[in-house]
Design a protein around this ligand. Structure first.
Ligand code: ATP
Length: 239
């Protein structure tokens, strides 16, 4: 039995003003998958994620969630549908406490009890954040800030987590911890679209990957076959 296609992009064109960053990107993510989006700097990885989460409106192509078009939907609507975006460089609010940052991720929730329940889950999953709940987020280490950004993104209990460069700037040890968390989240049934510079880390958690080059998908392969394709890895990913 084939898993349900959750997210489906076909020939998506998008960019910034006069700059076209995506020249027809097609990709999909199925229920339960971890899919990696790889490519050099400037290939359009972050732009793809921003388009998915509604921060950028595509000028052409189709963008579907569970079969229905989400082109032109506001970010809040897309979040409500079950797609949560954990942006690059973390973007935690440094002058707010860890607990306040976590709560922000649940801003769509009306019920205080439900907000509390999800916060309890978050602090149970990330004990280091619980210990630092009252501390200003700006005083956390890089790895802790990344964990906080992920905890915040999970507060909406997404079906799909869109994760932009979670290991950016982290030590190998902290990056390893972050990828352990990614695996754990996926083991609870959350599908993940992962942008990552570190190809080996990405492919250790993803089952398949797309390779982007200057706004175009130039390859789609299982992680295993990509790892066995040194030419592709060195040509496009500097591996
Ligand atoms: P990186 O790993 O360096 O973030 P990326 O693959 O995520 O690379 P994007 O950030 O999506 O690439 O950038 C794709 C193109 O869009 C680049 O040419 C970049 O200069 C441009 N771009 C990205 N963000 C903006 C922006 N806010 N305004 C204008 N141009 C942008």
């Amino acid at each position: 039995t084939e898993a349900e296609v959750l997210l489906d992009l076909k020939d998506v064109v998008a960019g910034y003003g006069n700059l076209t960053a995506l020249h027809g990107v097609s990709l999909n993510v199925k229920q339960g998958e971890v899919v990696a989006l790889l490519g050099a700097n400037g290939a359009g990885k972050s732009t793809t994620l921003r388009t998915i989460s509604g921060l950028i409106k595509p000028s052409a192509g189709s963008l579907r969630w569970k079969g229905a078009s989400i082109v032109g939907n506001a970010p809040e609507k897309i979040l409500r549908l079950g797609v949560s975006h954990c942006p690059e460089e973390r973007h935690v609010w440094p002058e707010m406490t860890v607990a306040e940052n976590v709560e922000l991720g649940g801003y769509l929730l009306k019920s205080k009890t439900e907000l509390q329940r999800r916060k309890d889950i978050a602090f149970h999953r990330f004990p280091r954040l619980k210990e630092r709940a009252g501390q200003l987020a700006g005083t956390l280490s890089g790895g802790e800030q990344q964990m906080l950004a992920i905890a915040r993104a999970l507060m909406s209990e997404p079906t799909l987590l869109v994760l932009d460069e979670p290991s950016l700037g982290l030590s190998p040890k902290m990056a390893f911890e972050v990828f352990d968390v990614v695996r754990e989240i996926n083991s609870h049934g959350v599908s993940i679209l992962l942008v990552e510079q570190n190809v080996h880390n990405a492919l250790s958690v993803a089952s398949r990957a797309y390779v982007l080059e200057t706004g175009r998908v130039i390859a789609e392969k299982s992680s295993e076959s990509l790892l066995n394709d040194p030419d592709l890895l060195s040509a496009y990913l500097g591996g």
